[in-house]
Design a protein around this ligand. Structure first.
Ligand SMILES: [Zn+2]
Length: 151
């Protein structure tokens, strides 16, 4: 019992909840497979590298060409919220002075860009995909993978 409570503290979001998939950048269907190939978002060359299908349950991460354009709207909205918060704090000390407002906003938004980028994609795909507790048991096998097996 004590051990379970400790794990819950480390992992407050239960399996099956969308927030878990978003925060941990996991597949929305099985919540086991990683959404991104390289875990570290600050390796900028691989920031947008996603497997075509979930390696664990076979969920389609690409869906269609341009699927993640919608994630840009989420990214835009979260960037705006961050800018407003930072401005609110700076405004308290410096008012409307330009440099004290622009510099921290620019640094914070550029610094958080890889995290915002990935989280936005995770939110976007979670809007179209539901958690399925039997996802791993009912793994989707794609035609492309079948062709590979035959040859
Ligand atoms: Zn999956």
């Amino acid at each position: 019992m004590k051990r379970n409570k400790f794990i819950q503290l480390l992992n407050p979001v239960k399996k099956g909840e969308k927030l878990r998939s978003i925060l941990k950048l996991k597949c929305p269907r099985c919540q086991e497979g990683d959404l991104f190939v390289v875990k570290n978002p600050y390796r900028l060359k691989t920031v947008d590298d996603m497997p075509h299908y979930c390696p664990v349950c076979g969920e389609d991460f690409q869906r269609e060409v341009g699927f993640y354009y919608g994630a840009m709207m989420i990214s835009h909205a979260s960037t705006t919220v961050i800018a407003v918060i930072v401005h609110g704090i700076v405004f308290y000390f410096y008012g409307w002075a330009l440099a004290p407002n622009l510099i921290p906003i620019t640094i914070i938004i550029l610094g958080l860009f890889p995290v915002i980028f990935r989280t936005s994609r995770a939110i976007w795909i979670n809007m179209f995909s539901k958690y399925d507790p039997d996802a791993i048991k009912n793994k989707i096998i794609h035609e492309k993978n079948l062709e590979k097996r035959k040859s």
